[in-house]
Design a protein around this ligand. Structure first.
Ligand code: F6P
Length: 530
């Protein structure tokens, strides 16, 4: 069987790692004045500078060879055409179909799925326009003013992140809330500020079986019934985005208000489906379509651009260089944009749930590291929190800086400070402070710490769509090179199953659990009348 680490290219990269161990990124710029021009590229409204990496021309050449020798061309074609690439769940992976704006049919199991996608898009359009215009009324005839999305994981993070990012495009009379945690204080806090007569709940759950979401949805319904309507009124205030129409209807949601999507859309890839309803309600259907257009543009770029000019491929290869050859454990995401404050959490799920795998697609253990620990926080806040470790600590952490160029009118001075802070940090991480003015090692910053800078012309729905699709494809490319299945999450399923067992068997005093779990359960039992 093909073993990645035994390949000629992998071994050449290991040699290059040793040969370049003493290299300084700054010297690459001295040697090649064209480096910035060569190592930057634009796709639509996104500009990527990847010149501040510990990557020589020779390293980049070999990384590209790694992509050439992988199954990337074939696997990419399989993904876009609906082949079953999620092998453990026996499913195609077709989130790209949701933003496919081309005319060609797309067959899944011998059936063209594009008409259903168009139909659901139409349903989203009609519904979002009715709510935004005030035509949709609650049970007492009042218009909707608050929208509460109840969902978790992929049924929360995408729409939550996008609604915050696009807050300035929000309908002025609608307010959006996201309840995810099973901790009752989360929903309690949200509900305490709302009027049931003017609140719409979206129960967002692919499976309609996730414990947290069902419990929160039931609490919301009870609150609605206790404070406003009757059973028959539930339909005017609860809608669902789900693949499980029957369960949604059993909950009391009207059939026409179940917004369908399909098993071939993974949870963490679902913001382009009806899970994106809060986005359409917030920014309007046209804005939602712009989001899809931006993602579609990135899809076309990913399919068409040669690897050497392909933004997701380059970002994936840079990541592989650090994870597999430089021993980097983590990847920091630092948006210099307060509107993107949920982006690190979104990318955390996207990357870690996708590529947190240790067997390949044949079930064989991989002999190399896979997905990094993804984390981050907005700048400039992070500068005053964790940047110290990045500058002078013992860890090696590549950083993605992300910002939008266009200032908010009236806040140009803030925006100028924001962007110059970001550029200063990226420069400082690379250069360090080896200027000889302070010889005491306490003051010395080693530098040579790598970063990418991603600039959006402006934080618009279109550019946000392209940005998210960029990261989706980056994760995909890495998964293909590591030969893992990026589209299942069996570790998460294990946790879900055991949570179910523990809550069902809490009264049994069972010896089946380990002594620690039994001891802790005993303490928990004392507080519940089970
Ligand atoms: O976190 C695991 C997971 O299965 C995610 O993949 C998914 O986004 C989330 O749970 C929620 O699942 P559902 O949308 O079915 O409620």
């Amino acid at each position: 069987m093909f073993q990645l680490t035994r390949s000629v290219t992998w071994q050449a990269l290991e040699r290059l790692r040793d040969e370049t161990a003493q290299d300084r990124i700054r010297d690459y710029f001295t040697r090649d004045p064209q480096r910035f021009d060569k190592m930057s590229l634009r796709v639509g409204g996104l500009f990527l500078d990847y010149s501040k990496h510990l990557i020589s021309d020779a390293v980049l050449g070999k990384l590209l060879e790694l992509a050439d020798h992988s199954a990337l061309v074939q696997r990419r074609a399989q993904m876009f055409s609906g082949d079953i690439i999620n092998v453990t769940e026996n499913r195609p992976v077709l989130h790209t179909a949701l933003r496919n704006l081309g005319d060609a049919p797309l067959q899944v199991d011998g059936k063209d799925v594009m008409p259903e996608i168009h139909q659901t898009r139409e349903q989203i359009k009609r519904f979002s326009e009715a709510v935004r215009s005030g035509e949709w009324r609650g049970h007492s005839g009042e218009r909707i003013r608050d929208v509460v999305n109840i969902g978790i994981g992929g049924s929360d993070l995408g729409p939550n992140m996008a609604c915050r990012a696009l807050l300035k495009y929000r309908h002025p009379e609608l307010h959006f809330h996201f309840v995810s945690n099973v901790d009752g204080t989360h929903i309690q806090k949200v509900l305490s500020r709302l009027d049931p007569a003017t609140t719409l709940f979206i129960v967002s759950t692919k499976t309609f079986s996730t414990q947290e979401t069902l419990l929160n949805a039931k609490t919301a319904r009870r609150w609605f019934l206790d404070n406003a309507g009757e059973d028959a009124d539930v339909g005017a205030h609860f809608i669902a985005a789900s693949t499980n129409r029957q369960a949604a209807m059993a909950f009391g949601i009207r059939e026409e208000n179940v917004f369908e999507f399909w098993a071939w859309v993974g949870g963490r890839y679902s913001m382009w489906s009806s899970i994106g309803l809060p986005i359409a309600l917030s920014v309007g259907f046209d804005g939602f379509m712009e989001l899809l257009e931006g993602a579609y543009e990135m899809d076309r770029h990913f399919i068409e651009a040669p690897f050497k000019d392909n933004m997701p491929v380059l970002m994936a290869l840079i990541g592989i260089w650090y994870i597999n050859f430089q021993n980097a454990e983590t990847q920091a995401i630092v948006p210099y944009d307060q509107a993107l404050n949920q982006l690190p959490a979104f990318l955390q799920q996207l990357d870690m749930e996708s590529n947190g795998k240790s067997v390949d697609i044949f079930g064989q253990p991989v002999g190399y590291k896979t997905g990094p620990i993804v984390w981050g926080e907005t700048g400039s806040n992070g500068q005053h929190a964790f940047f110290q470790l990045l500058h002078q600590g013992t860890r090696y952490v590549p950083i993605d800086f992300i910002a939008s160029l266009k200032p908010e009118p009236g806040f140009e001075d803030h925006h100028f400070a924001l962007l110059t802070n970001m550029l200063a940090q990226a420069n400082a991480f690379m250069e360090g402070s080896q200027d000889g003015t302070r010889l005491d090692p306490h003051y010395s910053c080693p530098g040579n710490r790598p970063s990418s800078t991603l600039l959006l012309d402006e934080l618009t729905p279109r550019n946000l769509g392209a940005l998210i699709a960029l990261y989706e494809h980056k994760v995909f490319v890495q998964g293909v090179i590591w030969n893992i299945n990026s589209f299942d999450q069996w570790g998460v399923q294990l946790g879900k199953r055991i949570a179910g067992e523990i809550s069902e068997r809490i009264d049994e005093h069972t010896q089946d659990f380990d002594a620690s779990t039994q001891g802790l359960l005993k303490l928990v039992r004392e507080h519940f009348d089970t």
